[in-house]
Design a protein around this ligand. Structure first.
Ligand code: MLT
Length: 201
């Protein structure tokens, strides 16, 4: 997968896996990753799917309606990529924290839905429920931060709560942060995520 890797100064810190939103690329969230943890490794990836020229992490049938077959295939592809990258760049595979926005948050959530111990934790900015009616792997208190907007047209408030519940029922420790706006990532939300991250990792 297209990606950039920046080695952090402190190898005991997590590796941040950065996953952009629709139309983004591997460079978009590097600044955000550095804001969250300046000493961590950064592995920032570009989604392999193109929708009208816009990179995404998996196909969708319409806005908010996912192609579940492709989602599963792409989630496996991303997992294999992380496994390989850990060998190539010699970082600790068991210490990876995902930071995703929108479409990137959705595939990060689906990694958690599909694979046990795939991430040490996750910051999900404006995620949706990636799929329903499936049994989630047990998560041993995996810390997850969800940033949500009370007026997010893409993701109604009930969907953020539903995702929180599903993850919590599987054993994750979820913090749900609300802002009063829409689908956008706000500075306050980033600062809340940063504070949370430094308490957990
Ligand atoms: C998705 O397709 O993952 C969501 O609708 C969010 C987005 O458009 O990126």
């Amino acid at each position: 997968m297209n990606h950039v890797f920046y080695k952090g100064e402190d190898s005991s810190r997590p590796t941040l896996l950065l996953l952009h939103g629709t139309g983004g690329n591997e460079h978009d969230l590097v600044g955000l990753g550095k804001e969250i943890d300046i000493s961590a490794n950064i592995l920032s990836v570009r989604g392999n799917v193109l929708e009208n020229g816009m990179p995404r992490f998996f196909k969708r049938l319409a806005e908010g309606v996912f192609d579940l077959e492709d989602l599963q295939f792409r989630t496996e592809e991303l997992k294999s990529f992380i496994d390989e990258a850990a060998k190539n760049y010699e970082f600790d595979r068991d210490n990876v924290v995902a930071i995703g926005y929108s479409n990137g948050a959705n595939i990060a959530a689906n990694l958690l839905f599909e694979y046990k111990n795939v991430l040490k934790g996750a910051i999900l900015h404006h995620p949706m429920v990636p799929r329903r009616g499936v049994e989630l792997p047990r998560m041993s208190k995996t810390p997850v931060f969800i940033g949500a907007g009370k007026n997010d047209h893409m993701c109604p408030a009930t969907e953020s709560e539903e995702l929180q519940n599903l993850l919590q029922e599987a054993g994750a420790m979820v913090e749900l942060y609300w802002h009063a706006y829409g689908h956008q990532l706000t500075q306050d939300e980033v600062q809340a995520a940063k504070q949370w991250y430094h308490l957990k990792f």
